[in-house]
Design a protein around this ligand. Structure first.
Ligand SMILES: Nc1nc2c(ncn2[C@@H]2O[C@H](COP(=O)(O)OP(=O)(O)O)[C@@H](O)[C@H]2O)c(=O)[nH]1
Ligand SMILES: [Mg+2]
Length: 174
């Protein structure tokens, strides 16, 4: 079984904790008055991988916690709140993902009844290098969450092939 660290990022109230709970019912959440202050954690086996999921706090003042929890991640999931405007907090997440160089998947979370107008995700975030997929779903109802897990495993296995290529024994030095 291959282990993988999957980190869920996104601004406050985007649906990160809800998503982790949907994937792993009963997953741990360190919260205060409903706000994640440290992390969500749960693990799940999927297609030969043991996925360790870490949800991060979304509030700006807990950014340091996010940065620490995210260290060494193999893949990130960006829960993009599709019911609210793309703002500077979303931009900060995008900058963070770009700086970390991690492959990431966007989970555009639809909250029915709230959304009025949707711009294409790529019109909001462009086409950054790390972007490995976009899924429009619902963290609460679970709509397209299975597809998200599929995408996570696809990204991880694509990454594995890169690792095995770069770890080929080097003989040229001697
Ligand atoms: N209707 C609806 N509400 C959602 C959905 N995802 C999250 N929410 C609600 O949005 C609020 C914030 O969710 P939460 O998971 O705590 O966000 P976090 O701050 O990113 O961890 C909660 O009241 C959730 O019930 C969804 O897919 N549909
Ligand atoms: Mg949370």
């Amino acid at each position: 079984m291959k282990l993988a660290k999957v980190v869920i990022v996104g601004k406050d109230e985007a649906g990160k904790s809800t998503l982790v709970q949907n994937i792993i019912p009963g997953a741990m959440n360190i919260e205060r008055q409903g706000r994640t202050i440290a992390l969500d954690y749960g693990n799940k086996e999927h297609k030969g991988y043991k996925l360790h999921l870490f949800g991060t706090p979304g509030q700006t003042r807990f950014r340091i916690v996010r940065d620490i929890v995210a260290r060494g991640m193999d893949v990130a999931v960006w829960v993009l709140d599709y019911s609210r405007r793309f703002d500077e907090r979303d931009q900060e997440i995008l900058d963070f993902l770009n700086e970390s160089g991690v492959p990431f998947i966007v989970f555009a979370n639809i909250k029915p009844g709230v959304q009025k107008e949707r711009r294409k995700v790529t019109r909001l975030i462009g086409e950054p290098e790390g972007l490995n997929g976009i899924i429009i779903g619902s963290a609460k109802s679970g709509f397209r969450v299975a597809e998200l897990l599929g995408e996570i495993v696809r990204v991880l296995s694509a990454d594995d092939s890169t690792i095995s290529k770069t770890t080929t024994p080097q003989t040229s030095a001697d």
